[in-house]
Design a protein around this ligand. Structure first.
Ligand SMILES: [Zn+2]
Ligand SMILES: [Zn+2]
Ligand SMILES: [Zn+2]
Ligand SMILES: [Zn+2]
Ligand SMILES: [Zn+2]
Length: 282
């Protein structure tokens, strides 16, 4: 593990722009050049109260860029006692981020002799939960914040809890014997596939919503089904495989009385917390 240190690269902008030379049209006729001493007619450069022929200024007075050696006629960067064209400074002197390659302004982090934007350094030290390689640039994260490379695909997400299914995040994944789907180890541990266990959870869900949606005991039936059975029950127009439970209602007339029968099919092998939520919604 390499140690990191933080630094700051701050160039005062006031210094940056202080030496901008102004080229102004000549108004007076008695101006003489601060370099050659001759009279100035036409345009001239004024710096610190002195006037120069533009050519004389450029050749003899203008600060020279410590990178390219050419005169600096407009704004300059002063860094550690040397003058630079802003572009030369940015390309050659300013620290560049070893992750994204862009120049660094302000705070930066040094690791292994390389400079990084703090944000780039943070994402560089993030490791993919699938392959363990560093995550640089853009990446995906599951609903629990586990980051992973986009190249691994979204099929890795558990259909129930939405976690990336890996050994480190979910103790791997399993094909559920109850419903035939690939689910994560955490959801597999809490899977409810036995009718007795499901009955207790569905009863709890019904008691929870009883006041909002009273359903008479004898008008409600339910069953646990696997994935293929559930898809077979889906109505046309539904996206196949999205539902975890399906409700079928039936209105029956007996004599003058109308009764409503509700039958709910719920996916077998759901983890208990999800079964209760699905049952309540149904
Ligand atoms: Zn001159
Ligand atoms: Zn330069
Ligand atoms: Zn960067
Ligand atoms: Zn990866
Ligand atoms: Zn899961």
């Amino acid at each position: 593990m390499q140690t990191c240190r933080a630094g700051a690269h701050l160039v005062r902008l006031a210094v940056l722009l202080a030496a901008a030379a102004a080229i102004v049209p000549a108004l007076a006729t008695d101006l003489t050049c601060g370099v050659c001493g001759k009279a100035i007619t036409g345009r001239y450069v004024e710096v610190d109260g002195k006037a120069y022929h533009p050519q004389c200024y450029e050749q003899h007075r203008a600060p020279r860029c410590a990178v390219c050696g050419k005169p600096i006629l407009e704004s300059r960067v002063v860094w550690e006692g040397k003058d630079y064209h802003p572009d030369c400074y940015r390309e050659a002197i300013q620290p560049h981020c070893a992750a994204c390659g862009k120049p660094i302004e302000g705070q930066y982090v040094v690791e292994g002799g390389k400079n990084y934007h703090p944000a780039c350094h943070r994402s560089r030290s993030l490791k993919c939960v699938v392959c363990g390689e560093p995550l640089e640039g853009s990446y995906l994260a599951d609903g629990w914040g586990n980051p992973f490379h986009a190249r691994h695909g979204k099929d890795l997400l558990c259909p129930f809890c939405n976690r990336v299914m890996t050994v480190s995040t979910t103790h791997g994944s399993f094909i559920s014997t109850a419903n035939g789907m690939r689910i994560c180890g955490l959801c597999a541990r809490r899977a409810v596939a036995r009718r007795g266990e499901a009955a207790a959870i569905i009863g709890r869900a019904r008691r929870r919503i009883r006041d909002l949606f009273p359903v008479p005991e004898d008008s409600f039936t339910w069953e646990l089904v696997d994935k293929l059975q559930l898809i077979a029950l889906e109505l046309p127009g539904q996206r196949p495989g999205d539902e975890l439970g399906i409700t079928l209602g039936e209105r029956m007339r007996q004599g003058g009385k109308t009764t409503h029968q509700i039958h709910v099919s719920i996916l077998s092998g759901l983890p208990d917390w999800l079964l209760e939520a699905v049952a309540a919604r149904r």
